[in-house]
Design a protein around this ligand. Structure first.
Ligand code: SER
Length: 325
C-alpha cells in the first residue's frame, strides 16, 4: 500500500485534553490554515481560535462532518472526540454513540473520499481483569468491563477491518493516562493524576479518588503528542500493527505521585477516598509492553515521573502567579 500525503488535517475533539495541544503542534508543523480544529459544544480557547480555523461539528451527525471535510478539502483526520471511562459508566448509551457510531461515521467518510490517513485512539481501557497486569503484552486478552473499554476494543477491531478490507490507512495507539498542563481531562479514571497538580498548587491538599497503592501507566503530554504525530508520519511499510499499538512511558502509584509533588511543595497533603473509579482502575494494567511501537516506528518517551512533575509544577505555578489557574 502506498502512502498518500497529508496536507489538510481535521482534528475532532480539538477542545479536549489531547486535541487542544495536538492541534497547536499540528499547526506548527503543517501550517495554521491547514489544520481545522473542531469541537461540539465547549467554547474553544483564544489560542485555538486565533491560530487557525475552527468549526463546531458533532461526529454522531454525519452531515456535520461531511460539510467541513468538503468545505476545507480535508485529507486526514485525527478523531480525538470521545467519551472517557468514568462518564462512560454514567452514560453508557452516549459513550457507545460517540465512540462507536461517531467513529464509524469518520471511517466511512475517510473511506468514501479515499482520504490519506486517519488516527483513532484506543486506550489501556481496552484491557480487563483477565489481562496480565504487569508488562501487558501487545497481543493479549481484551475483555474490558467498562463501556468505554468495550468501545475501544470494538474501535480497534473496526479500524483493522477497514485497513484489511478497504486499504484504509488507519493508525491508533492505546493511550495510558495522560498528564497535561493546558486542558483538563474530561471524565476519565486517570484524571486524578492531573487534578492532583492543580490542587497541590492552589490548596496544598488533594483528596484522591483512587487508593494510595493504585498503580496505572501514565504519560506526559509532550510524549503523547510526539508519539501520536510520529505514528501518523511513520512509513506504512514498516507497520505490522495499525489501530492498537501499546504505548508506555511511566508507571507509578497515586502515593508515589503525591510523594514526588511533596518534594517540590513540602506542605502538600494527599488523602485517599476511593469511589466507583477504583474498580475501573483495578481492572486496568499497571505497566505496558510497548516493544512493537518501539520496533515498528521508533517510539521512545522522553519524560519520567520526576521530570514530568517538575515541568507540570513550573507551568501551572507560573499560571497561578499570573492569576490564570
Ligand atoms: N484516561 C482515560 C480514562 O481514564 C484512559 O484512556 O478514561
Amino acid at each position: 500500500m502506498s502512502q498518500k500525503q497529508m496536507k489538510k488535517i481535521l482534528v475532532t475533539g480539538a477542545v479536549g485534553q489531547i486535541g487542544s495541544e495536538l492541534t497547536m503542534e499540528l499547526r506548527k508543523r503543517y501550517g495554521n490554515d491547514n489544520v481545522l480544529a473542531t469541537g461540539r459544544k465547549t467554547k474553544p480557547s483564544e489560542t485555538l481560535l486565533n491560530s487557525g480555523p475552527f468549526e463546531f461539528i458533532d461526529i454522531t451527525n454525519r452531515e456535520t462532518i461531511e460539510k467541513v471535510v468538503d468545505d476545507y478539502d480535508i485529507d486526514t483526520i485525527y478523531n480525538m472526540a470521545a467519551i472517557l471511562s468514568a462518564v462512560g459508566e454514567e452514560r453508557p448509551k452516549v459513550c457507545w454513540n460517540v465512540n462507536i457510531n461517531g467513529m464509524y461515521n469518520i471511517l466511512e467518510i475517510v473511506h468514501e473520499r479515499e482520504m490519506a490517513r486517519v488516527f483513532v485512539p484506543s486506550s489501556i481501557a481496552a484491557f480487563g481483569p483477565e489481562t496480565p497486569r504487569e508488562n501487558t503484552p501487545q497481543e493479549t486478552v481484551l475483555k474490558p468491563k467498562t463501556m468505554y473499554g468495550v468501545t475501544k476494543v470494538a474501535g480497534e477491531l473496526l479500524g483493522d477491518y477497514y485497513f484489511k478490507r478497504f486499504n484504509l490507512d488507519i493508525r491508533g495507539v492505546r493511550y495510558p493516562g495522560i498528564i497535561s498542563s493546558e486542558t483538563l481531562p474530561g471524565g476519565g479514571t486517570t484524571d486524578y493524576a492531573v487534578e492532583i497538580f492543580y490542587e497541590a498548587i492552589k490548596h496544598k491538599r488533594y483528596t484522591c479518588f483512587v487508593k494510595e497503592d493504585t498503580v496505572l501507566p501514565m504519560m506526559y503530554m509532550p510524549d503523547c503528542i510526539k508519539g501520536t504525530i510520529d505514528l501518523m508520519e511513520a512509513d506504512i511499510k514498516k507497520l505490522k500493527h495499525h489501530s492498537d499499538f501499546n504505548l508506555a512511558s511511566m508507571s507509578f502509584s497515586a502515593g508515589e505521585l503525591a510523594a514526588e509533588i511533596k518534594k517540590h511543595i513540602p506542605e502538600f497533603k494527599c488523602s485517599y477516598k476511593p469511589d466507583f473509579r477504583q474498580a475501573i482502575a483495578d481492572s486496568w494494567p499497571k505497566s505496558i509492553d510497548d516493544s512493537a511501537a518501539r520496533k515498528e516506528w521508533g517510539w521512545k518517551p522522553t519524560y519520567d515521573l520526576p521530570t514530568a512533575t517538575k515541568d507540570m509544577l513550573e507551568k501551572l505555578g507560573k499560571r497561578y502567579e499570573e492569576g490564570n489557574l
